[in-house]
Design a protein around this ligand. Structure first.
Ligand SMILES: Cc1cc2nc3c(=O)[nH]c(=O)nc-3n(C[C@H](O)[C@H](O)[C@H](O)COP(=O)(O)O)c2cc1C
Length: 180
């Protein structure tokens, strides 16, 4: 059974992004072994830009959850990243995680063979920029991004009101099942 990690990057508990992740999780649960990880429950410190990782091939920050999170990613076949759009980019919670992936820079191709999926949630605009940021680290490390979906929602209970959101999530589930 292939392994999937879902990295949920909205700070809003039970918000649109978290519910989208649960919906997709339920859709693929029989076929994948899934870990749904809410970043708001994890302690991931901000990259300090010290670049010690370039010399010692490891991050100078060791007293947080990043290393265990990264090992879950390395164990997974599929990486699904989901986040709302905040000012045309992922929220700081997700960006802090992405910045920390800089620490594995000397280990090129460490995500080769893994497939990425991206879910962005926004009220009106900024999907494309946010998607590019979220795809960047996966592609940099040799993974491929298979499918991206855009969900439209503003208030915390908006997600399920738009039938096009449901069909976009169903399409993603179908694509994921083909990978599995
Ligand atoms: C700080 C902040 C910035 C936002 N910036 C944008 C934006 O640039 N474009 C947009 O369409 N929506 C923006 N939104 C709206 C959110 O993307 C929207 O409310 C989304 O449904 C939140 O998802 P969540 O319920 O999973 O947290 C912003 C919301 C916040 C709180």
């Amino acid at each position: 059974m292939k392994k999937t990690i879902i990295i949920q990057g909205s700070p809003r508990r039970n918000g649109n992004t978290e519910r989208a992740c649960r919906y997709i999780n339920e859709g693929i649960a029989g076929q994948f072994s899934v870990t749904l990880l809410n970043l708001y429950e994890k302690h991931v410190e901000r990259c300090r830009g010290c670049r010690i990782c370039m010399k010692n091939k490891g991050c100078a920050i060791t007293n947080d959850d990043f290393a265990s999170l990264w090992s879950k990613i390395i164990e997974s076949d599929v990486i699904l990243q989901a986040a709302p759009v905040y000012w045309y980019s992922p929220p700081g919670l997700m960006k802090d995680f992405i910045d920390r992936t800089h620490a594995v820079l000397p280990i090129r191709d460490c995500l080769a063979g893994k497939t990425g999926f991206i879910v962005t949630v926004a009220a009106d605009a900024g999907f494309e920029y946010s998607e590019r940021i979220m795809a960047s680290w996966i592609e940099y490390y040799g993974g491929t991004v298979d499918k991206k979906i855009r969900l439209w929602a503003r208030e915390s209970d908006d997600l399920e009101k738009l039938p096009s959101n449901i069909s976009a999530m169903d399409e993603m589930i179908e694509t994921l099942k083909q990978v599995g």
